[in-house]
Design a protein. Structure first.
Length: 60
């Protein structure tokens, strides 16, 4: 019951406050999406893996 009274206390002023008008802006809305994405990949090879790749260049 207490909850209903709280909700009614919030909703009633909103309903009695009048109408709401929404108008379109005079100028168009511009959204600038100039996004730059850069990626850097850093890798390290184990000495044994490095020598394995050098001795078998066609492995990959």
């Amino acid at each position: 019951m207490k909850r209903r009274m709280m909700i009614a206390g919030v909703v009633t002023p909103l309903l009695a406050s009048g109408c709401i008008s929404v108008n379109a802006p005079d100028k168009p809305i511009v959204i600038n999406l100039n996004i730059s994405v850069t990626q850097e990949v850093v890798y390290r090879l184990d000495g044994e893996a490095k020598s394995l790749i050098q001795s078998n260049p066609g492995i990959f």
